[in-house]
Write a protein that binds this ligand. Sequence first.
Ligand SMILES: Nc1ncnc2c1ncn2[C@@H]1O[C@H](COP(=O)(O)OP(=O)(O)OP(=O)(O)O)[C@@H](O)[C@H]1O
Ligand SMILES: [Mg+2]
Length: 271
Amino acid sequence: MDSGIDMRSTQAEIEADMTPAIETSALNLWYGSFQALFDVNLKIKQGRVTSLIGPSGCGKSTFLRSVNRINERLGYVRITGSIDVFGNNIYAPEVELVQVRKQVGMVFQRPNPLPTSIRENILFGHKLHNRDKKYTRDDEDEIVEESLRQVLLWDKVKNHLKRKATELSLEEQQKLCIARLLPVKPSVLLMDEPCSALDPKGTAAVEELIWDLRGKYSILIVTHNMAQARRASEECIFMLMGKVIEHTDTAEMFVTPRHRETADYIEGRYG
Ligand SMILES: Nc1ncnc2c1ncn2[C@@H]1O[C@H](COP(=O)(O)OP(=O)(O)OP(=O)(O)O)[C@@H](O)[C@H]1O
Ligand SMILES: [Mg+2]
């Protein structure tokens, strides 16, 4: 009987209707005459953690960097095709870089906090994006506390906010580097092997944090660590020589990969 109610019930159907966090269409990228990305067509879901895996040199960092336009600093990079973030083409001529950086935050392999205090690290991005705003002490305190709470660092550092960020442990520095992105309310977080400089305990803590942030942010994480991709992501993309070979549910990819190349990589036969 037709109740008149929208009966689409499965998560997959609902998600199919949602604007992807990142959508690329026929994306090609060249460094000079060297082509690093070939016809990349991806729809990366909102609010999910998606991991990007593949052998060294396959283009993972290149792809990530093109989603917040870091590549364009290099004069010899050329891109064709499009990248939409929440439906907006970030390479459209009228789109300014600062808008893109506000919407898309990036975390690197080695934590790279500013050589200032923990507090200043958190406030820096917010102030950069709100140059005309007059901040009261309360405004600042709120931003600092809220961001540090989100990365589970508040209780640890609340009495040491004037301490230099570079004196924190690597794990804490990486959490701080994630925390400092949050005040500008990005919708997408890109992470390029964010745990590779951390020990196993730090890795576990940052993975747990990434897991905790899903839903609030759409996260794309590059990793060499298969166990990490399995544990910390819901969807997984496998790339090989600049091409996307497979993009599917993480559990499915690791149990029943659709392509031989994916199976070979997961089983450690190359890269
Ligand atoms: N700045 C650059 N200038 C020229 N070529 C580059 C540049 N950066 C990367 N490449 C080349 O593009 C290809 C993809 O590199 P990329 O760094 O994206 O790979 P990756 O998958 O991130 O590798 P890894 O796992 O080692 O970090 C490689 O052949 C690399 O040599
Ligand atoms: Mg890389």
